[in-house]
Ligand binder design. Structure first.
Ligand code: NCD
Length: 310
């Protein structure tokens, strides 16, 4: 491998800075990491990953840690959910300046949009965006694509439904941008209040067919992928507005009776009540496998930006 994409030292701030060829290459390298999950590797021995999590996380934080350990590297960092209210431009810049002198790569999650870009501008080491407010979550989009590819054998030609909180959910923004590089039909299902941001739709609508719906029944019949998201309660400016929409979109066995037999249901997790637990034991459910795929995709990203894989 090694097609000279120049991933070494590259920041991963937005999925929009990647071409389809680059994304396909990341998915290919992720596949080569599968055997190393078992065997381990010392390809990143001596390298240090710094995790700066200004917002809660389970999967993203732990899977980056696992990825680093599987490749022989080490992890430092903090997870301090309450810190968002004390955010000051300078303090993030200073934190990044200090942390870069201890580490080889920084993974940052922050409640403010633009935070990862800002950090990347200050840091000399590569910065990977692990979620920037409601804006983007590029590594999640890559593991979502990897999961679709693994389950379906392709991304092109699929009908893909994104449902739930398309306004405040950052994973769906990155995923919509990424999918627009493929030949897919994208159906967006949400209550009016939670519709996909205009700027995202404007950006992708010239490349792929996109339609908006309020009812899942309109698009479920021929869907190949149903990607469900949690209502991002913590990002609602007004909780009264949240009360109006909570629980409005739920996937259960009854709903899935009308789906194609080989539909896959994805969810970035954590779920609240959008996907009923009864779905977990059906062949539709791919969300736990999706979470597991986060490890190989993050192994690939770390190996690429740290120059261990060309
Ligand atoms: C998501 C996030 O943090 O944006 N979680 C994740 O990284 N898998 C989704 C969410 O919080 O709903």
């Amino acid at each position: 491998m090694g097609r000279g994409y120049g991933f070494a030292n590259r920041d991963i701030v937005s999925i929009r800075s990647f071409t389809r060829e680059e994304i396909d290459y990341i998915l290919e390298v992720s596949g080569t990491m599968e055997p190393l999950v078992e065997k381990g590797s010392d390809m990143l021995r001596g390298k240090v990953l710094a995790e700066l999590f200004f917002e809660p996380s389970t999967r993203t934080m732990l899977s980056f840690q696992t990825a680093m350990y599987k490749l022989g590297g080490s992890v430092i960092g903090f997870a301090e959910p309450g810190v968002s209210s004390v955010w000051k431009g300078e303090s993030l810049a200073d934190t990044v300046r200090v942390v870069e002198s201890y580490s080889d790569v920084i993974v940052l999650r922050h409640p403010l949009e633009g935070a990862a870009r800002f950090a990347a501008e200050y840091a000399r080491v590569p910065v990977i965006n692990a979620g920037s407010g409601a804006e983007e979550h590029p590594t999640q989009a890559l593991l979502d694509l990897y999961t679709i590819m693994k389950s379906k054998g392709r991304i092109d030609g699929l009908n893909i439904v994104l449902m739930g909180d398309l306004r405040y959910g950052r994973t769906v923004h990155s995923l919509a941008y990424a999918l627009s590089l493929y030949d897919v039909k994208l159906r967006l299902v949400s209550p009016d209040l939670l519709k996909m941001r205009r700027e995202v739709i404007e950006d992708i609508k010239d490349r792929i067919e996109v339609s908006e719906h309020t009812d899942l029944a309109d698009v479920l019949l021929d869907a190949d992928v149903l990607y469900v998201t949690r209502i991002q309660k913590e990002r609602f400016p007004d909780l009264g507005e949240y009360e109006k929409v909570r629980g409005s979109y739920a996937v259960n066995l009854d709903v899935l009776k009308r789906a194609k037999e080989d539909l896959i249901v994805l969810h970035p997790l954590p779920r609240v009540d959008e996907v009923a637990v009864e779905v977990d034991s059906t062949p539709f459910a791919k969300y736990f496998e999706q979470a597991r795929n986060g490890v190989v995709v993050r192994m690939a990203l770390l190996a690429l930006v740290l120059g261990a894989v060309e």
